[in-house]
Design a binder for this molecule. Structure first.
Ligand code: ZN
Length: 415
C-alpha cells in the first residue's frame, strides 16, 4: 500500500470561503477546549494533598478519568446538541480536530517534550475530511461534503490506480489548497540495499554532512528571510492590536511564512536529489531516537525542518530506486568512525573529530555521518569499509566490521 499527497489550488466562492473560515474557527475552539480539559486534569494530579498551593487549586474529583480521545469525542457529540455553531460543521471534520490534539499528546509522550499549545486566532489553518465514499474530484471540480463543489486546478493528473482517501483543506496567505491523500493498493517493491552507501548527519551549523566528507551549507537566503521575519514581527508589536496597520503587517507575515516554507521545500528536494545522485543506499539518523540535549530543545523549528527533510529524502530515494533506512544516532559524536574508540563527548563548539588512539582527524559532523553509514551497513548485513584519510599511514585499507561493532551495537532499521 502506498500513500501520496498531492496539493492543488481550489477556488471557493465567497459563501463557501466564509463557511470554511468558520469551520476553521470552530475546529480551533474544539481543539483549545479539549486541550484545556486535558491540561486541567493533568495539573489537578500534580500536587500532593499535603503540599497544595494556597493561591489556586484545580478541583477535579480524584475518580474522574483522564479525558482521552474517546471521552472527548463523546463529550463533543453532547456539546453539539447545545451549541448550534458546532452542528454546522461536518462531524468527522470536528472529530479530526480532537484526533489532532490526541496525536500531539502522543507525540509529546514519545519525545518527552513539546506540550501542546493553545492555538491563537488564525493559527488553525487546515481541516480534514478523513473519509470519502466516492471520488470527490470530477473533471475540474472538487465536491466537499456540506460545502459543495468548487473549481480545482489539477495542474498534474492524479496517477492511475490511486484513490482519494482523505482531503485536507488548507488556508494559506496565497489562497486555498486541497491536499489530496492518495492511496494505491498495488504492492510496490521496496528498493533493495545495493551500490554505494552514504550516511548523513543533520547539523545546526551546516545543513548536513555526508560521510564522503561533503558538507552542505544552510542556504544564505534562509538567514536573510528569517531576519526579515523577525523585523516584521517586531513591527507588529509596535502596532495597535486589531488596527488596519496591524492587519496589514499580519498579512505580510503570513505571506513570508509561506514563502519560507516553499523555498525550504524546494531546497530539501534539491538536496535529496543530489544525495541520490551519488548513492545506492542512504542512511540517516532516526530523529525519534535522538536524545535531544538541553540546548537543542530551543531549536524546535529546526527539528521540524529536519523531519520534513527526511520525509522528502525517503520519498525521493524510493522514487529513484535507492535504498533508504534510518539508524540510531545516539553516541555518533563520541565514537571514532575509524577505530571504534570512544572519545570524550564533544562540545557543540568543537568542530573537529580527532581520535587520540588512531589519530583519525576529520570534521565532527562528517565523522558522525560516517558512523551513521557504518551502523546502516551493519544493519543491512554488509561489510564496512573504513574511512582512510591521506597521511594515516598506519591504518590498513580495509578492516572487518568486528572492530567497529563495539561502537555500533544498536543499529535499527526503520523503513
Ligand atoms: Zn580512532
Amino acid at each position: 500500500m502506498l500513500n501520496l499527497t498531492y496539493s492543488y489550488r481550489i477556488y471557493p466562492g465567497l459563501d463557501q470561503e466564509a463557511q470554511m473560515l468558520d469551520w476553521l474557527e470552530q475546529c480551533r475552539r474544539v481543539y483549545n477546549y479539549a486541550l484545556a480539559e486535558r491540561k486541567d486534569w493533568i495539573n489537578s494530579r500534580k500536587c500532593l494533598v499535603n503540599a497544595c498551593s494556597i493561591k489556586q487549586e484545580y478541583i477535579i474529583p480524584a475518580d474522574t478519568p483522564y479525558p482521552d480521545y474517546y471521552k472527548q469525542q463523546n463529550a463533543l457529540t453532547k456539546a453539539k446538541e447545545v451549541i448550534p455553531e458546532l452542528k454546522a460543521v461536518h462531524s468527522q471534520v470536528l472529530q479530526d480536530a480532537l484526533k489532532r490534539l490526541d496525536k500531539s499528546f502522543k507525540f509529546m509522550q514519545e519525545r518527552g517534550f513539546g506540550f501542546p499549545r493553545f492555538k491563537k486566532f488564525g493559527q488553525y489553518g487546515s481541516f480534514v475530511f478523513p473519509q470519502f465514499k466516492s471520488n470527490p474530484v470530477n473533471g475540474f471540480e472538487i465536491k466537499l461534503p456540506k460545502i459543495g463543489a468548487m473549481p480545482i486546478n489539477l495542474h498534474r493528473p492524479i496517477p492511475d490506480g490511486f484513490e482519494i482517501k482523505q482531503v485536507r483543506v488548507v488556508f494559506k496567505s496565497s489562497g486555498w489548497y486541497a491536499q489530496l491523500i492518495l492511496q494505491s493498493d498495488v504492492a510496490v517493491p521496496e528498493p533493495m540495499p545495493h551500490g554505494e552507501p552514504i550516511g548523513i548527519d543533520l547539523g545546526l551549523e551546516k545543513f548536513l554532512a555526508v560521510s564522503t566528507g561533503k558538507l552542505i551549507e544552510r542556504p544564505r537566503f534562509f538567514v536573510d528571510l528569517q531576519s526579515k521575519l523577525r523585523w516584521l514581527q517586531r513591527k507588529l508589536r509596535n502596532k495597535k492590536k486589531g488596527s488596519a496597520n496591524y492587519r496589514k503587517v499580519q498579512v505580510k507575515i503570513r505571506a513570508l511564512h509561506e514563502h519560507i516554507y516553499n523555498i525550504r521545500r524546494e531546497f530539501h528536494f534539491l538536496t535529496a536529489h543530489k544525495l541520490c545522485d551519488i548513492a545506492g543506499m542512504i542512511f540517516a539518523e532516526d530523529l525519534n531516537l535522538k536524545m535531544t540535549s538541553r540546548g537543542m530543545l530551543a531549536k524546535h523549528c529546526l527539528d521540524a525542518a529536519w523531519g520534513s527533510f527526511l520525509d522528502i529524502l525517503k520519498w525521493v530515494s524510493w522514487k529513484r530506486g535507492i535504498y533508504f533506512a534510518k539508524v540510531d544516532p545516539n553516541g555518533t559524536s563520541q565514537t571514532c568512525p575509524q577505530c571504534g574508540a570512544h572519545t570524550r563527548k564533544k562540545k557543540l563548539s568543537q568542530r573537529v573529530h580527532h581520535c587520540s588512539e588512531c589519530r583519525y582527524t576529520t570534521d565532527r559532523d562528517v565523522a558522525a555521518a560516517q558512523l551513521v553509514m557504518q551502523r546502516g551497513i551493519v544493519a543491512v548485513g554488509q561489510t564496512v569499509i573504513l574511512p582512510v584519510e591521506e597521511g594515516c599511514l598506519e591504518t590498513p585499507m580495509k578492516q572487518e566490521i568486528s572492530s567497529v561493532k563495539k561502537g555500533s551495537p544498536r543499529s535499527t532499521r526503520i523503513g
